[in-house]
Design a protein around this ligand. Structure first.
Ligand code: DOR
Ligand code: ZN
Length: 454
């Protein structure tokens, strides 16, 4: 007798989609196969006609808690995750206080442990304020580090190259990967000053103020530092064709690196900048066109291993202002990633196993969570998104679970969406209703010895 059997669904297992029953006991997968061979269960979920995917692992979210809980908090952010089929989130350190020392980490951990419906990991920041604390933070089970090479929400320091290099040397010894917001600060500040002086306030001025060379130069610089320091790095939210080329170049040099891109870089472009304006203001900027094509190609050939959302909530007032420079940067995305990307899969852009590789397997590998998470296999955590691939819906931002629901995906037509979400065998969304308990989510413990390319 086991706790649970998920019966009759089409499961994504490795490179295949197969009809399989999945037995779960004590939060882990104990058997995968035909029901006749599986033990009896206390509970059965009928997944006939549905697809069973490993829950998504989103290695880039901003839950703003503690510090800016008027934008988001651990309960609302993790509810959005549950509703989006996301079973593990990794939260960025640009909160208040910034996650720069063990006290700040403990404070955030308290919030996450009390409020999260899904499993969670926490980043520490890499800057001059955290340099004295890197070893202590790593000893406290940090999920990874984050280095902002340019401005950010929360106005954390962009450390100079000396700090970055020392930090990477020490993180290399600790074996912890560092995520990097790779944009050259000086070029964009110079351009922005010129545009503001010229009186520009239009939405395209933001994108034009941060040309792709900002990303190319920053990826080149940080990967050179990482190579010299023998550190492992992760390039967050890759946005440009030149950025992809810079990653290819660094990979060819043998740099230990992974990279992510986000749905908004893949699917939005100049038309959305013109129509949605501040709602799609984000750093790095959306570029669309040939850049989006290059990002898709990079996902398909493995240069970029994964997708993340960079879920970055702000209030509606903060996102809507006729002056683009006054609009906060970033947008929510946790709850829309899976419907939007699965719809692209149904359009033939990628296979379901490719989607699972980008959304679950690669992040699990990059962040030391595999084989505990990121796949459907015996011994793995029973984290699932059970998905209806047979519908037709319009995304309605009023039905989202984030504290601030303004979404550039509002009104978008999608043909798939998660209907049930399970975290370690426990249902946190049932039939589109979030039913999870705050505090069910657990801190993840990365196994840095197993990390590998995403
Ligand atoms: O636009 C952004 N917003 N980009 C980032 O990298 C950070 C994020 C935020 O925290 O709001
Ligand atoms: Zn971010």
């Amino acid at each position: 007798m086991v706790d649970l059997i998920i019966a009759g669904g089409h499961a994504v297992i490795g490179d295949e989609v197969v009809q399989a029953d999945i037995a779960v006991d004590a939060g882990r997968i104990v058997a995968v196969g035909a029901l006749t061979g599986l033990p009896g269960a206390r509970k059965v979920i009928d997944a006939e006609g549905l697809h069973v995917l490993p829950g998504a692992i989103d290695c880039h979210v901003h839950f703003r808690d503690p510090g800016s809980t008027y934008k988001e908090n651990w309960r609302t952010g993790s509810s959005a995750a549950a509703a989006g089929g996301v079973t593990t989130v990794m939260d960025m350190p640009n909160t208040d206080p910034p996650t720069a020392n063990p006290e700040a980490l403990a404070r955030k951990r308290e919030r996450a442990a009390a409020l999260s419906l899904v499993d969670w990991g926490l980043y520490g920041v890499l800057d001059s304020s955290s340099l004295p604390h890197l070893e202590a933070l790593a000893g406290e089970g940090i999920a990874g580090f984050k280095c902002f090479m340019t401005e950010n929400t929360g106005d954390l320091e962009s450390p100079d190259d000396g700090v970055v290099y020392e930090g990477l040397e020490r993180l290399a010894r600790l074996g912890v990967r560092c995520s990097v917001h790779a944009e050259n600060a000086a070029i964009m500040q110079h351009r922005r000053r010129q545009f503001i002086e010229a009186g520009r306030t239009d939405a395209r001025a933001h994108e034009e103020s941060r040309p792709e060379v900002c990303e190319i130069e920053a990826i080149g610089r940080v990967t050179a530092l990482a190579q010299a320091a023998r550190a492992s790095v992760h390039i967050a939210h890759v946005s440009s064709a030149g950025g992809v080329q810079a990653i290819r170049h660094a990979l060819a040099q043998g740099v230990d690196m992974t990279a992510e891109t986000c749905p908004h870089y893949l699917l939005f472009g100049l038309p959305e900048i013109d129509s949605l304006s501040g709602m799609v203001r984000v750093n790095p900027p959306i570029r669309g066109g040939a850049h989006a094509d290059a990002l898709w190609a990079a996902l398909l050939d493995g240069t970029i291993g994964m997708i993340a959302t960079d879920h970055a909530p702000h209030t509606e007032e903060e996102k809507r202002n006729p002056d683009i420079w006054q609009c906060c940067r970033g947008m929510i995305g946790l709850e829309t990633q899976m419907p939007v990307m699965l719809t692209e899969s149904q359009r033939g852009r990628m296979s379901l196993p490719e989607y699972v590789r980008w959304s679950a397997l690669a992040p699990a590998r990059a962040w030391g969570l595999y084989p505990r998470k990121g796949h459907i296999g015996v011994g793995a955590d029973a984290d699932f998104a059970i998905v209806d691939m047979d519908g037709a819906y319009r995304i309605d931002q009023s039905a989202l679970h984030s504290l601030n629901r303004i979404s550039p995906w509002h009104g978008r037509f999608v043909t798939a969406r998660p209907v049930h979400t399970l975290v370690r065998g426990n249902v946190v969304m049932w039939d589109r209703r979030v039913v999870g308990e705050p505090g069910w989510g657990r801190g993840i413990a990365p196994d840095w010895g197993r990390r590998s390319h995403g």
